[in-house]
Ligand binder design. Sequence first.
Ligand code: GAL
Length: 383
Amino acid sequence: MKNKHAIAALGLVGALALAGCGGGGAGSAGGGSEGSGEKSDMLIGVSMPTETSERWIADGDAVQEGLEEAGYQVDLQYAGDDIPTQGQQIDQMITKGADLLIIAAIDGTALSSQLDAAAAANIPVISYDRLIRDSEHVDFYVTFDNYKVGVQQATSLLVGLGVLDADGKETGEKGPFNVELFAGSLDDNNAHFFWQGAIDTLQPYLDEGVLAVPSGQTDIEQAAILRWQQETAQKRMEDLLTSTYSGGTKLDGVLSPYDGLSRGIITALQGTGGFGASIADGLPIVTGQDAEIASVSLIDQGVQFASIFKDTRKLAEQSVVAAESMLEGDEPEANDTETYDNGVKIVPSYLLQSDIVYKENITSLLVDSGYWTQAEVDSGVAE
Ligand code: GAL
């Protein structure tokens, strides 16, 4: 997977590397390598949250390979989803003389002192996928249209229930359908965007009575899963089944904002032998995000209903393009300068688009684009 997911980044970045040859002034943008301006003397610190999710491994690999292909040195670190560890790793990158930092935060509000130190050393910071909050020293943000991801998640739930057809048009199906709602980690800015996009999409159907949430847990605080942990999602789903569905109430769908959570939810649902009535017609519709291979395989088997494909190759490529342009003393190209207020300022952003993955488009979206091979889809394991 490593090479495959990095490959898209290489062509473009390679071209940029050539175009950038001999361009001066790079050292002035950064910290440790001041003076030389040689890319090969420049160090870029890449801080990723965790290796427990395959998407972040793919992201880290793709960013590293893109940067190295462009001629930079790279210090790539994973923080094991531990906030102090991520802080220490970034501190060390600054001490080592990094010229630029690319950071996917664990807790978007916990890095202010690191960003102060980076700014003091004149090191630009790119926020990667997750917005770093409460600091003026976030120079650029590369991500997806996260509100739209939430809209897509809710849309896929409605399609699965038959309320919308595959083109997103209303079918006239009135339900009522029982659904439960999950959200991501509250310290991740994205979780709020996904939730808002989803709730705005579902609210009219909740208001009309097409959808109901029998547990009554409709606040993001009730639905949130700290650190996006699969086991925590499984536990919450088990608790919901016990509290609300053990009497035979049918559960029709679950809004899940991330494939890891979806797999925990599915495990809970599959373990409900005693509540057979609630899932007698098969598993409820379960949504997701990230097109992780284990979930793509479950979608192919008809177990999970949908996911959202965010092409991490393109995200990595954009981060490299932005880094390159900052190190050359230019403003990176933004396509959104309004949406991402981090509490201190609006951070100029480059937003990518995402797609809903259904069983029917696994081949066209994921296999034909080389994101996963058919063999990986069949086995559910990345090669
Ligand atoms: C979010 C990210 C999602 C998913 C989630 C859990 O910040 O945007 O794509 O990966 O974290 O890792």
